[in-house]
Design a protein around this ligand. Structure first.
Ligand code: SF4
Ligand code: SF4
Length: 225
């Protein structure tokens, strides 16, 4: 039965176990110069964090960093209307200059990654949330995420899915969609695992072999174009 047992106070320990940044360097320094000094993922003009109500209740009780996102354009109104308001809420922080690391939302901590399940519903690793593809420096740089980050990410989601089984189903479906997208593009499906990056099969999603190709050179990062 997919019953949620998640409580706002669970975020205290969930956050504590998931505090490491993805990379050994500050990736915000790579992308911010191309967005008037603000990292793309911290600018609600590019991407708006979404939280479940339990997380939002927890954050509201603990900090004034966050408020509910107020849409400003027709496309933002549409985005807000499309989310299931009983499950989730769009939130916005006071801006990168006011960031409180310990009060970052799950969206902040995970970006630009999401859990990856194979066709038999095994959680194998991380793939990219491609919403800021071309802007986010980390997307498709398969050797950047540290082992520590990947371990924390997977422990976080294993616990989160125990408490909120419905989320697991969403990511299982999302992983199927991801396989279809990468297959259509004829792009390799690379999964970041604790043992390093692996190429996975479009059909069935199992890991096939370690990913050996080097990451793109620095010159390939052109978010201004
Ligand atoms: S995660 Fe991506 S978009 Fe966010 S700060 Fe790092 S490089 Fe920039
Ligand atoms: S809380 Fe921090 S990491 Fe999250 S969006 Fe705001 S500035 Fe970025």
């Amino acid at each position: 039965m997919n019953t949620s047992r998640l409580r706002p106070e669970d975020f205290e320990t969930l956050y504590m176990g998931f505090a490491s940044p993805p990379a050994r360097f500050d990736c915000g320094k790579k992308c911010a110069p191309f967005n008037e000094g603000v990292p793309f993922c911290c600018d609600s003009g590019w991407v708006v964090p979404v939280a479940c109500h339990e997380e939002w209740n927890y954050l509201e009780s603990r900090t004034s960093l966050w408020h509910q996102f107020r849409p400003r354009s027709p496309s933002e109104y549409k985005m807000v209307e499309e989310v299931d308001a009983e499950q989730s809420v769009f939130i916005e922080c006071r801006g990168a200059r006011h960031c409180e690391r310990e009060n970052r939302s799950v969206s902040c901590r995970t970006f630009p990654y999401e859990p990856y399940f194979d066709g038999e519903e095994n959680l194998l690793g991380l793939v990219y949330n491609r919403v800021l593809e071309g802007k986010c420096y980390l997307v498709d740089r398969h050797r950047v995420a540290t082992k520590k980050f990947i371990g924390e990410f997977l422990r976080f989601f294993n616990r989160f899915f125990e408490l909120q089984p419905g989320e697991r189903e969403l990511y299982i479906e999302q992983s199927r969609r991801y396989r279809r997208t990468m297959s259509r593009r004829k792009s390799p499906l690379v999964v970041l695992t604790p043992e390093g990056p692996y190429e996975a099969a479009y059909r069935g999603g199992k890991l096939i072999k370690p990913w050996r190709s080097p990451d793109p050179p620095e010159s390939a990062y052109r978010p201004g174009e």
